[in-house]
Write a protein that binds this ligand. Structure first.
Ligand code: NDP
Length: 433
């Protein structure tokens, strides 16, 4: 704590992992001798930089940029960029730390990193977004590369922003280096299924947890928080698997639609027109919008938090369980507070932590890197099949490791232990670096 003052989210993420690791250190004393815990909590490199840009009125704006290159034992640093006004070092470090274990769980050769800026994309013109992205990349470019560090999207960073950053990287370096960023557009190096991957993957993970309990999505009532990239494709896959998503949200409120969320309308509003979720009810008079409402008040059987960190607290978790929720799959990173996690674990519901459940996004980014490396592009069906296999594999690993370490059904322990052991063994093998 004294070493990283004020970094609340980072402390929370570290504590949550360390709480699982006691039995691992007993079994692997070499991890203690090699001070793996101390080393893994210290980023290999942290970069903080100034991002000056000009707004549409000619005014000068200054933001702060971050890239935390956390761990490269398994491969080049890999993790998204977040543009949101709440971003500071503590958030980027929590995300980067989680990313190390998540990436290890995918079985792909990728290390962990994360970056972003306190820039707020809301209400900015397309030109302002472009100027910001170009300025951000004008510093970031010297730290990244296909064998070094490969950023992608996260909150506030989608295909449009990746495009502007890729364009600037290409211009500065004079290299068309597809493997430097993932989440690219289809006609310039991107992969099919990447936009859908996190949401689809999280839904596949929950489907696996349900199967273990002799259940499925069929006929289940579900809620999905957020209405961004992860939420939209979670809703799509749940509907494909026979479930019904009755509510989604943004940071201003939630929409409840008993008949099931109209995905086509949601995509038009959010992806095409970049509007707010409250506009949904203009088109569906039987839906309701609750300003500042709490989406977790709505009874559901499956909940998939897909907005942001700490969006489900202890009370929300208790309410979900009381209302009959028996499965939670985290599309977002660390969306449940420690009190909330405790409630889910004690209730014995199927609880898939973000590290495992939302790993489909980064796994498909690694598939994009594979396609870039051999200048190939795979079909949608093939790529989705690969994603589904990967999610099945992650579920199996977490399930088996949880059992092996005496906590059957506890996917938190399963994910933390499996991810940690893989990275720790590589760190031991690579020596004191
Ligand atoms: P988007 O920017 O596409 O969407 C984010 C959504 O969450 C928006 O609806 C946004 O509402 C809402 N949201 C963001 N911040 C807050 C907040 N402080 N309070 C309430 N709602 C908020 O981001 P993504 O869908 O890409 O990311 C969502 C989550 O999934 C994040 O936790 C991210 O780290 C995680 N994730 C994303 C991956 C990806 O591939 N994109 C991969 C793995 C995890 P509003 O518009 O009002 O801000």
């Amino acid at each position: 704590l004294a070493r990283n003052p004020g970094e609340t989210e980072f402390h929370q993420a570290v504590r949550e992992v360390l709480e699982s690791l006691g039995p691992v250190l007993v079994k692997h004393p070499e991890f203690c001798h090699q001070k793996i815990i101390e080393r893994i909590c210290e980023p290999e490199r942290q970069i903080i930089f100034r991002v000056p840009w000009q707004d549409d009125n000619g005014g000068v704006q200054i933001n702060r940029g971050f890239r935390v290159e956390f761990n490269s034992a398994l491969g080049p640093y890999k993790g998204g960029l977040r543009f949101h006004p709440s971003v500071y070092l503590g958030i980027i470090k929590f995300l980067g730390f989680e990313q190390i274990f998540k990436n290890a769980l995918t079985g792909m050769p990728i290390g962990g990193g994360k970056g972003g800026s306190d820039f707020d994309p809301k209400g900015k013109s397309d030109d302002e977004i472009m100027r910001f992205c170009q300025s951000f990349m004008t510093e970031l470019y010297r730290h990244i590369g296909e064998h070094t560090d490969v950023p992608a999207g996260d909150i506030g960073v989608g295909g449009r922003e990746i495009g502007y950053m890729f364009g600037q990287y290409k211009r500065i370096t004079n290299r068309w280096e597809a493997g430097v960023l993932t989440g690219k557009g289809l006609n310039w190096g991107g992969s099919l299924v990447r936009p859908e991957a996190t949401g689809y993957g999280a839904t596949f993970f929950v489907d696996e947890m349900l199967k273990v309990r002799g259940e499925s999505f069929d006929g289940k009532t579900c809620t999905v928080s957020g209405s961004g990239n992860v939420a939209i494709y979670t809703i799509e896959k749940i509907h494909q698997l026979g479930g019904k998503v009755v509510a989604c949200s943004d940071s201003n409120g939630y929409v409840y639609h008993e008949q099931g969320i109209d995905l086509e309308l949601l995509q038009q509003l959010k992806e095409v027109e970049r509007r707010r979720i409250k506009d949904y009810i203009t088109y569906h008079k039987d839906a309701k919008y609750v300003e500042n409402g709490n989406i977790w008040d709505i009874p559901c059987q499956v909940a998939m938090p897909s907005a942001t960190q700490n969006e489900i607290n202890g009370k929300d978790a208790a309410k979900l369980v009381k209302n009959g929720c028996f499965a939670v799959g985290e599309g977002a990173n660390m969306p449940t507070t420690p009190e909330g996690v405790k409630v889910f674990l004690e209730a014995g519901i199927a609880y898939g932590p973000g590290k495992a459940a939302n790993a489909g996004g980064v796994a498909t980014s690694a598939l994009e890197m594979q396609q870039n490396a051999c200048r190939d592009s795979w079909t949608f069906e093939y790529t989705e099949q690969r994603l589904q296999q990967i999610m099945k594999g992650i579920h199996e690993t977490c399930y088996e490791i949880a059992e092996e370490y005496g906590t059957p059904g506890n996917y938190v322990n399963g994910a933390n232990i499996a991810g940690f052991i893989k990275v720790a063994k590589a760190m031991v093998a690579l020596g004191l670096v």
